[in-house]
Write a protein that binds this ligand. Structure first.
Ligand code: C5P
Length: 227
């Protein structure tokens, strides 16, 4: 077997959170560290792929020999993804994209006033990047998403396979604080259209990166045999 099974393949990966500006000094975001996406990018590169990593703001060094595109908002992430879909074989959406952004971003810092005890920020929905790629004219052969859930994990993961037109959904239970978001380890279940779910319990994100990429390789080989 080749040591570089992904040689000649292009893999685009999103990672980390997005930030949605409220005013020049404030934003809405989430606790995503980007570690899972960066680990997948590293594994894909080490197995021979050309990797484009599209990353929100994280405290991680850009990986060596990987084209890293730094973005801030969901809209910027979508633009960067669409700019890199040409000849893309595998798209992996591990980013924790903010579901909503501010309807109006204040040009100046919002000041508190002495006569108001509450304020309202109007939010509008962000584009769903994974669903956009899943239904795209330039849809890669393999489209993979994540499902960070606190309840009904399997049901929600399976629903995402079809609504986002993905081939695989990787679910993790973010209600368990010892794993997930900022930790080194994660427990995941990989759901795909036509095989049984596969579990990896409390495993380092670095190792999970390789498991996930190996699933991609097996899936791609299956596609080639069906040609
Ligand atoms: O629908 P939900 O946010 O739970 O789906 C999670 C999956 O969808 C993840 O793969 C995430 O990267 C992707 N997603 C996205 N754009 C959004 C929201 C989620 O690509 N606006």
């Amino acid at each position: 077997l080749s040591e570089k099974p992904l040689l000649g393949k292009k893999v685009v990966i999103t990672a980390g959170p997005t930030r949605e500006a409220i005013d020049p000094v404030r934003y809405i975001s989430n606790y995503s560290s980007g570690k899972m996406g960066y680990a997948i990018a590293d594994a894909a590169k080490n197995l021979g792929a050309e990797v484009v990593l599209i990353s929100g703001p994280v405290n991680l060094a850009p990986p060596m020999s990987i084209t890293t595109v730094k973005i801030t908002s969901a809209q910027e992430m979508l633009d960067a993804v669409e700019n890199n879909l040409e000849d893309c074989d595998i798209f992996i959406s591990s980013a924790a994209v903010a579901d909503f952004r501010c309807k109006n971003i204040a040009c100046q810092k919002i000041k508190k006033t002495s006569d108001t005890d509450s304020m309202t920020v109007d939010l509008i929905k962000n584009p769903d990047i994974l669903a956009t790629v899943g239904h795209h004219q330039k849809r890669p052969k393999l489209v993979i998403g994540f499902a960070a859930e606190t309840q009904n994990i399997e049901e929600n993961a399976l629903k995402k396979l079809s609504t986002k037109n993905a081939d695989m959904i990787i679910a993790n239970d973010v209600s368990d604080k010892s794993i997930g978001f900022n930790s080194e380890n994660n427990s995941i279940t990989i759901y795909s259209r036509d095989s049984n779910p596969v579990n990896y319990l409390n495993t380092s994100k670095k190792e999970l990166g390789y498991h996930i990429i190996n699933h991609c390789i097996v899936y791609m080989n299956g596609l080639n045999h069906n040609d």
